[in-house]
Design a binder for this molecule. Structure first.
Ligand SMILES: Nc1ncnc2c1ncn2[C@@H]1O[C@H](COP(=O)(O)OP(=O)(O)OP(=O)(O)O)[C@@H](O)[C@H]1O
Ligand SMILES: Cc1ncc(C[n+]2csc(CCOP(=O)(O)O)c2C)c(N)n1
Ligand SMILES: [Mg+2]
Length: 338
């Protein structure tokens, strides 16, 4: 088509949020929600009613915002929806619990297209099913950028929650899931490089090892968290809360083949992704020495009494230097940890 030719009129014009109106946006956002026995009252009333089989409810909230956590040039609406759910589900797994229900607040500008809203809704519905929970309700609101603010409810199934503060000197520090894949995938996209589809997919939507949380709890994990801000930073949070120091073994943090190949192609450093990249939502735990680690978990270090260094100190091969890296929500970018 040359620039002189008029654009052909669309068969069925794509509507915007402004044209759909609030009720139309809610109808799109909740279109795929299925009835679920754990949610006797779902979307449509003033509030939802969710069963709490354990009698205690685990609850957490996490938001993702266009520009900071995703850009539509680098991902798809469906990935955005799935990702918002997945990272919330990871926080429930990180307590040793299972997901029951999610509420989803969708913020978007009036010019947001209906296919974007529908894609996000497909993503949240699929993400909830993948995480073993259901959508109980939510809210829609006009915002400057697209954002998804999710609240997740979880059930402990009779177990005790595994806190950040339970690590003890002598415990083994272990992880389950990938480290650095999301950060590498983002760098692939930012470099405009082809390939490394698995890494790119992890950036667009992480796949936290959700079942590993309850399994770690059942195996006697003393502390548990998910890696959202980078291994070193989240290890530091765990160590500080527990009043221990953590010594990581660099050899056990060796980048995998995919990361090594990617770093070679991009001319960058794979080790940095592993240590400071967030958003894979791997699980990080401590276990008493001698406990057989559940399937999928690998030891990466040990917890010790703080000794000379303050509680919260994290070292790699005895070096405290690298422990500064990771993501801080109020700094512009990654903290300097290289
Ligand atoms: N505005 C707030 N009001 C009350 N509690 C909050 C607020 N913001 C955070 N918290 C609490 O502070 C703790 C740490 O929150 P943070 O968001 O850093 O954790 P996270 O969700 O595990 O990490 P990330 O957001 O990096 O994935 C959580 O227990 C959270 O509930
Ligand atoms: C386009 C784009 N640029 C950079 C990043 C990396 N990033 C942003 S926030 C965050 C940690 C969690 O933050 P919070 O604690 O605010 O949830 C990370 C690793 C991204 N995902 N997308
Ligand atoms: Mg948070």
């Amino acid at each position: 088509m040359t620039s002189e030719e008029p654009e052909s009129p669309a068969q069925s014009p794509v509507r915007t949020a402004a044209e759909l109106g609030e009720d139309g946006v809610i109808a799109l956002a909740t279109g795929g929600v299925q009835p679920d026995p754990r949610i006797p009252v779902g979307p449509g009333d003033d509030a939802a009613v969710v069963a709490a089989p354990d009698g205690r409810t685990v609850v957490s909230s996490d938001a993702i915002v266009e520009g900071r956590h995703f850009r539509f040039a680098l991902t798809t609406p469906e990935h955005v929806g799935r990702r918002a759910i997945a990272q919330n589900a990871a926080d429930i797994a990180a307590m040793g619990a299972v997901c029951t229900a999610f509420t989803v607040t969708l913020g978007c500008p009036p010019e947001t297209r209906e296919d974007v809203i529908a894609g996000i809704a497909r993503g949240t519905t699929r993400g909830a099913a993948d995480a073993g929970g259901a959508i109980a309700g939510g809210d829609v609101v006009r915002t400057e950028q697209v954002l998804l603010a999710v609240t997740v409810l979880g059930d402990l199934q009779g177990r005790e929650p595994v806190l950040l503060s339970g690590a003890r000197p002598g415990d083994v520090v272990a992880v389950c899931g990938t480290l650095g894949h999301s950060a590498a995938g983002l760098d692939v996209l930012l470099a405009g490089h082809d390939g490394f589809d698995g890494l790119v997919e992890t950036y667009r939507c992480p796949a936290p090892p959700l079942a590993a949380g309850p399994q770690a709890a059942a195996a006697g994990a003393t502390a548990l968290t998910d890696v959202s801000d980078g291994l070193l930073r989240d290890a530091r949070s765990l160590a500080r809360a527990s009043g221990v120091a953590i010594a990581l073994d660099g050899a056990l943090l060796a980048p995998d083949d995919e990361l090594i190949a990617c770093a070679a192609a991009l001319g960058t450093d794979a080790e940095h992704w592993v240590r400071t990249g967030g958003e894979d939502h791997a699980l990080l735990a401590t276990f008493p020495a001698g406990v057989a680690l559940p399937a999928g978990w690998r030891a990466i270090g040990t917890a010790a009494a703080p000794g000379g260094a303050p509680a919260g100190t994290v070292t790699v091969d005895g070096d405290t230097g690298p422990a500064a890296g990771g993501w801080n929500t109020f700094t512009e970018t990654e903290e300097d940890g290289r």
